[in-house]
Design a protein around this ligand. Structure first.
Ligand code: NAD
Length: 479
């Protein structure tokens, strides 16, 4: 059995308390590795290492830091196949998805921030006899905590801007998907990242996650995960006046108008609903359809959903793999049960799947489509984060906007219409941090990324991320 270790001060370390967690493969339900169940003692070791490394890393020129980060990206490219395989084994997603989305994007994250930092400029404001200039200095030691749905993709999305701006990082991947972060540590060693600049600690949120959030020398926390966890983290970190970036849950609407390109919409709605088993914070899980095309859309959508293949993530042609854990699988099934109790009609799916062969004990669920529920019921209000979507009707722009905005979340919306003015009108009326018009999940890493309302605080991406990981200081000179 594989034994994963913490990466502290540039070396592998077993957890101080010698406590371990099992790591099962979602597609088989079988434990295949174990990982440290780290504690505050391990966090202290990582902080000590980061303190030693900070004067060296922060004093390097941006070109030197950029050079090392690009060497890490190069190592990732050389390990592309093994990273993709590890991600699918650990998370349950189809290998095809790891190869076209997760690993390419993780590499792009490192390359993007390694080069963006070269273009970050200070602002200056002059007036008669006075010059103000604003510098963005590294914060020091920062904490990055990431979830299990896009493991290496979101892990690197946080640590890349943190490192590029000269910080030393204590990072914690999800305890459910520790494998690619561990492989990443090895690639950092090969690429010559100085010891202590990045420290990776494994374990659950309660122990090591809390210890990172509460350590007084870790001055900023960048967190992606559930809204309830985000609330808890904020309650601990805010009174310590830490900088906080919270990327949280969503309940995203896909809004389909009668004047859309129906063929394209059906295809993209399936993608938006079920990519990564619906385990993407940006997935459209509430599909809102204009009355006059409701039946046309519904029937075409169901037909396409029924064609999706569920099964072994490593088999060619698999569209949906396994859900990440037994408890998450049970949670998603409980929401399907809830939808029935709330009066919903299951149009397709709704059941667990037990594929023949090695995956018979894995955590699979059919892609599930439900209609007949009002917007206020729990099924339409709570994040399910699995292969489950609901269909609702609307009869006017105003009603579409009211339904879309009618949740506590505000992460992402997608809108489908050929009417240019209507598209802009709707985009402006939606309370969501990201609005896609006639597309879904097109990402330009320079753009601000994040949610409104209970979907988070702050924005990632582009210069927003570089600013988050720096302290801003204004210098005013009279001459
Ligand atoms: P989670 O909140 O359970 O865990 C996320 C991370 O936080 C994990 O590493 C976990 O160990 C850690 N953690 C848990 N409790 C902690 C605590 N008390 N202190 C410190 N760390 C703690 O979320 P999850 O189940 O891993 O991920 C799914 C959630 O993430 C969904 O709600 C999804 O919408 C959200 N998500 C949001 C985005 C976004 O960009 N907005 C992206 C991906 C996922």
């Amino acid at each position: 059995m594989k034994e994963l270790r913490n990466y502290i001060a540039g070396a592998w370390q077993s957890p101080v308390k010698n406590q371990w967690l099992d790591n099962p493969e979602p597609a088989t339900g079988k434990v295949y590795s174990r990982l440290p169940d780290s504690t505050a003692e391990d966090v202290q070791m990582a902080v000590d290492a980061a303190k030693k490394a900070f004067p060296i890393w922060s004093a390097m020129s941006v070109e030197e830091r950029s050079h090392i980060m690009l060497a890490i990206a190069q190592e990732m490219k050389l390990s592309f196949e093994s990273l993709a395989e590890a991600e699918s084994k650990d998370q349950g997603k189809p290998i095809h998805l790891s190869k076209v989305m997760d690993i390419p994007r993780a590499i792009q994250n490192i390359e993007f921030f390694a080069t963006e930092i070269l273009h970050m400029a200070s602002e200056s404001h002059g007036t008669k006899g006075v010059l103000n200039y604003t510098v963005h200095a590294p914060i020091g030691i920062v904490g990055c905590i990431s979830p299990w749905n896009l493991p290496l993709y979101l892990f690197t999305w946080k640590i890349a801007p943190a490192l590029a701006t000269g910080n030393c990082v204590i990072a914690k991947p999800s305890e459910l998907t520790p494998l690619t972060a561990t492989m990443f540590a090895e690639l950092c060693m090969k690429a010559g990242l100085p010891p202590g600049v990045l420290n990776i600690l494994h374990g659950n949120g309660k122990n090591v996650g809390s210890a990172i959030v509460e350590h007084p020398d870790i001055r900023a926390i960048s967190f992606t995960g559930g809204t309830v966890t985000g609330e808890h983290i904020a309650s601990k970190a805010a009174p310590m006046f830490k900088k906080l970036s919270l990327e949280l849950g969503g309940k995203n609407p896909s809004i389909i108008f009668a004047d859309c390109d129906m063929q394209e919409v059906v295809q993209q709605a399936v993608r938006s609903a079920f990519t990564n088993q619906g385990e993407i914070c940006l997935c459209g899980s509430r599909i809102l359809i204009e009355d006059s095309v409701y039946e046309v859309f519904r029937d075409a959508f169901i037909q396409k959903v029924k064609q999706l293949n569920i099964g072994d993530p490593f088999e060619d042609g698999t569209n949906l793999g396994a859900l990440v854990s037994k408890s998450h699988w049970e949670k998603v099934l409980s929401y399907i049960q809830l939808a029935k109790e709330e009066g919903g009609t299951i149009l397709c799916g709704g059941s667990p799947v037990h594929p023949q062969g090695r995956c018979q004990d894995g955590w699979f669920i059919e892609p599930t489509v439900i209609e007949g529920l009002g917007n206020d019921c729990r099924t339409n209000q709570e994040e399910i984060f699995g292969p489950v979507v609901t269909l609702q009707r609307f009869s006017s722009e105003e009603e579409a906007i009211a339904l879309a905005n009618g949740t506590k979340y505000g992460l992402a919306a997608n809108v489908w219409t050929q009417h240019l003015a209507k598209a802009h009108r709707i985009a402006h009326a939606l309370d969501f941090g990201i609005v896609w018009i006639n597309c879904w999940l097109i990402r330009d890493l320079r753009t601000p990324f994040g949610g409104m309302k209970d979907s988070g605080v702050g924005r990632e991406g582009g210069f927003e991320a570089l600013r988050f990981f720096t302290e801003t200081k204004n210098v005013c000179v009279k001459f």
